[in-house]
Design a protein around this ligand. Structure first.
Ligand code: FEO
Length: 601
């Protein structure tokens, strides 16, 4: 079929294939594309699978008529495209093979011949003139074999993309532009076959971005000419391991139906909580490649399986291995485990994912001991709520519009503020600091009036603001934050340096400090705000500033709440034992109020 003025599709369809690459089901068959470029010289772009030798050679002669091909360009040596190189060279003894050095080495392995007497070796930037058409070669190593080249025809602005932009399924040989739902089978093809090589695909996309492309001619699937931006965007999303669709995949195995029951309940709860797309896959009874594709497609995956031979059920093992070997990353994941006497599937699954980058693990794991019960049903509810937090929050009728935990999302840093009452140095930890003007530099520091430092700074009008860095150990927070400088000398036995204002600054665990002079004081009932100018400023290190969220995630030890009833302070771990936390309660350690306490359950 003619696809441009000078380019013809001469590929074939395989409608009898059972498994592509011996692995992937292809219910709609498979296309092996090949192209002829008719110019002063004639180039054939790739051969086809060995089962279609004569059909393909017939296509060549029908397209070329009395002419003979001058070149066979071999972009990829996987046998679905290279199997007929020798047959072609026998049919056309005058033709020359054009390919990469690595491909010729592979020809030696496949055919015992690397055609030294009739070949042109090309690499990055090589060109081959056919007359009007000039072919520009672009190397595409590991997309998805090392020898791959792509070819750009600058005359008709056509990119021959080898396996890139290919898909499962036969093509309409009378209209190779026809494409039904390209994304679906192109995605399954991409993640099945090319998925591991995201970085290499990104490198090729960068090269392609420098070319003016009107048409993409892949070795599988339809020829692409309309809305090329869409296909390129999809490849960019997939190869950068970003989620394509906001939604949740629940991938599960179930031996006697109890895990499945939990999965189906979770799916209903997720939908009820507003999740825009929920996909449920029984790994033992579904196409594994489809499940893999979905895991890369959606933002979140729930892994649900049974404990089996002190590990996990085999299909789940295969599934997770399929993900990790393809670079699974940048997703939220959650676990449902089942086990009749010692469930450990969640631990095993998490262990298998430990080298995957940027995974956010759900706080809630569902633990089923044989069958769902009241406790595991509650865990399902909690997981459904956690996974749908953003969907619930976006819903007008569901959202909690008075959730003050939102304030914790403000990006606070943590600081040690030093001061002196004239007889003793003091310090406290604050998170309420911000620069409010730059000319001059003005800093606002807010301090709880119950802290002795508030009293001292109000009297002396000076302080040092030390920016804590991420290496600060919990002991520093304990030492400066959880006791009062009125009663104790926080710098006893410490020999710290001093700035020009005479106050101490910390010699360790900070990346900068500023000496501040109070210009203005604003009374906020429980707190006072000091508006200050900067009298001295020094950068101490390049370490990252400690943030409030980093402190919670990485520094603060888990509070010892085992066997206790009451409320725990989320800031310092202090436990208030009692049924009701008074509204005006102030944590004796860190001085935070009831909003920072949570009930122990
Ligand atoms: Fe279509 Fe990588 O062979």
């Amino acid at each position: 079929m003619k696809i441009t003025n000078d380019i013809y599709h001469i590929g074939v369809n395989d409608m009898k294939i059972d498994l592509f690459e011996g692995h992937y089901i292809v219910p709609e068959g498979m296309a092996y594309n090949s192209y002829a470029i008719m110019d002063t010289k004639v180039a054939i772009m790739d051969t086809v699978d060995r089962k279609f030798t004569h059909e393909w050679l017939d296509n060549i002669s029908a397209t070329l008529g009395k002419r003979k091909p001058d070149y066979l360009v071999v972009q990829h040596m996987e046998p679905d495209h290279s199997a007929n190189i020798v047959n072609f060279l026998k049919a056309y003894p005058e033709a020359t093979v054009v390919s990469s050095a690595k491909a010729f080495a592979m020809m030696k392995n496949f055919f015992g011949n690397e055609f030294e007497d009739r070949r042109i070796v090309v690499g990055e930037g090589s060109e081959l003139s056919l007359g009007k058409h000039t072919l520009h070669f672009v190397t595409a190593p590991m997309v998805h074999w090392p020898e791959v080249i792509m070819t750009y025809d600058s005359c008709e602005k056509v990119l021959f993309s080898a396996d890139g932009f290919g898909k499962f399924g036969a093509v309409n040989l009378d209209n190779v532009f026809e494409e039904d739902d390209w994304d679906c089978e192109a995605r399954r093809y991409y993640f099945g076959i090319v998925g591991k090589y995201g970085a290499q695909v990104q490198a090729v996309l960068k090269k392609a971005a420098t070319l003016e492309i009107d048409m993409i001619c892949p070795l599988h699937g339809p020829v692409l000419k309309d809305d090329l931006g869409h296909y390129i965007k999809q490849y960019d999303t997939w190869s950068s391991y970003q989620a394509e669709t906001d939604g949740i995949l629940i991938a599960y195995t179930s031996v006697y139906g109890n895990t499945e029951k939990a999965v189906l309940k979770l799916a209903d709860k997720l939908k009820a909580n507003g999740c825009p797309k929920v996909s449920v896959v029984d790994l033992a009874r579904s196409d594994m490649a489809e499940a893999v594709e979905d895991a890369f497609r959606y933002t979140k995956t729930v892994f649900a399986t049974t404990t089996y031979n002190a590990g996990i059920f085999p299909y789940m093992r295969e599934f997770i291995e399929s993900l990790t070997e393809r670079g699974y990353q940048n997703r939220t994941v959650a676990f449902i485990e089942n086990g009749s006497w010692a469930p450990l599937a969640a631990k095993v699954m998490k262990g298998m994912l430990e080298n995957s980058k940027n995974l956010v693990y759900a706080e809630n794991t569902v633990r089923i001991v044989s069958a769902l019960n009241e406790e595991s049903e509650k865990q399902l509810d909690a997981l459904a709520e956690e996974l749908c937090r953003e969907y619930i929050a976006a819903k007008e009728d569901y959202a909690d519009k008075n959730d003050m935990k939102a304030l914790f999302k403000i990006g606070y840093g943590l600081y040690a503020v030093t001061c002196s009452d004239g007889t003793r140095d003091n310090a406290l930890i604050v998170n309420t600091v911000s620069q409010i003007t730059s000319t001059p530099n003005r800093i606002a520091v807010c301090i709880n009036k119950q802290n002795y430092s508030h009293h001292v700074i109000k009297k002396t009008g000076i302080m040092n603001l030390c920016c804590l860095s991420v290496d600060t150990p919990f002991e520093v927070f304990k030492s400066f934050g959880f006791r009062s400088g009125r009663n104790e000398n926080k710098f006893e036995n410490l020999d710290e340096p001093r700035s020009d204002n005479g106050l101490i600054f910390l010699s360790r665990y900070i990346n900068a400090f500023m000496s501040l002079k109070v210009e203005q004081y604003v009374d906020f009932d429980t707190h006072g705000m000091f508006i200050c100018t900067v009298t001295e400023a020094r950068v101490i290190s390049n370490r990252e500033t400690m943030t409030y969220s980093y402190y919670f995630a990485n520094v603060k030890p888990k509070p010892e709440t085992e066997g206790k009833k009451g409320y725990v302070c989320k800031v310092c771990g202090y436990v208030y034992e009692g049924d009701n936390l008074p509204d005006d309660f102030v944590c004796p350690l860190c001085k935070h109020g009831p909003a920072d306490f949570e009930k122990l359950t």
